[in-house]
Design a protein around this ligand. Structure first.
Ligand SMILES: [Zn+2]
Length: 305
């Protein structure tokens, strides 16, 4: 179902935008006026890490220093540096992408503020792909989970994968609804409700009851902070607010199939690593005990040496 219509970039538009985002922060006002899917595409390049390691630096002078010292090349808003020593575990020269934190933050701010159908089209196209890969495929490649060897840790039954896709998509639609509401955009409400109903057709009765009493729905289940569309595009390596696929029950548990709808949600990367091998309730209890103990005994780490 296509709610937002695609818009083809005008001739030369991409080139003009590329020039402006060489320094996102300096051209912020210009960029804020260019509300299009093409702009969003280009901003994604800044936010997401590629195969190279992305470093966000607070100080622009440090970015410039590294650029000079390591003979970097400017590519859009990033400085690309290829190291001269081969990586020990491969035959490739390690590559670094250096980015000024202020440019990263401005890109996030612009993405958050956009309001056109064409940019929502790009967002939803990207998120649908993310849901598809997460729900149906083994991490790292596009092999269907139900075609893997049943003893593979990422094996799942086909039916379970559809349940996961429907649940993850439902949460995204809810976040999208909140975003549109905050911008007073109401013309897509009916279509959104229809899409949510399609997702619900994959839920069992208990899931439907659980979802309908869950308010607000679009929160990280660990820190209970509200999730936003832009959070799905944050840099996974540098940004603690980046979002990953989470499980209520630890996926390594191997006690039956955990890749099913009722077990699936979106969670901050940081919160996911805190959750570890526990369920949300188990880890909250553990943390609660720890915090209690820290109130009774304080270690002065300043004196550690
Ligand atoms: Zn969180």
């Amino acid at each position: 179902m296509n709610i937002f219509t695609k818009r083809i970039a005008e001739r030369g538009e991409r080139g003009r935008i590329k020039e402006l985002i060489e320094t996102v922060n300096n051209n912020k006002e210009h960029l804020l006026n260019l509300d299009s899917g093409t702009l969003f595409d280009e901003l994604l390049v800044i936010l997401r890490p590629g195969r190279t390691t992305t470093l966000l630096l607070d100080d622009l002078a440090d970015v410039k220093d590294l650029n000079q010292k390591y003979d970097g090349v400017k590519k859009g808003a990033h400085i690309y540096i290829q190291l001269k020593e081969l990586s020990p575990d491969s035959n490739k020269y390690p590559e670094l992408k250096i980015l000024w934190k202020k440019d990263y933050e401005t890109a996030i701010e612009i993405v958050k503020s956009l309001e056109s159908s064409s940019h929502y089209y790009v967002i939803m196209k990207n998120l649908l792909e993310k849901v598809e890969l997460t729900a149906f495929c083994k991490g790292g490649d596009r092999r269907a989970r139900w075609k893997l060897d049943p003893i593979h840790p990422e094996y799942a039954e086909e039916k379970g994968c559809y349940g996961v896709a429907a649940k993850l998509m439902y949460f995204i639609l809810d976040i999208l609804e909140g975003d549109l509401r905050s911008k007073n955009i109401t013309q897509f409400n009916t279509e959104l409700e229809k899409c949510k109903e399609i997702c619900k057709s994959e839920f069992n009765e208990r899931e439907i009851a659980f979802i309908s009493q869950l308010l607000p729905k679009s929160v990280c289940p660990m820190c209970l902070e509200r999730l936003e569309l832009v959070d799905f595009f944050r840099n996974g390596r540098n940004d603690p607010k980046a979002i990953v696929f989470g499980h209520y029950e630890y996926r390594g548990a191997r006690t039956g199939d955990v890749h099913i709808g009722k077990n699936a949600f979106w969670i901050h990367r940081t919160c996911n690593s805190i959750q570890g091998i526990y369920t949300i309730e188990e880890i909250i209890n553990l943390l609660n005990t720890m915090v209690g103990k820290h109130k009774q005994l304080t270690i002065d780490w300043e004196k550690r040496g």
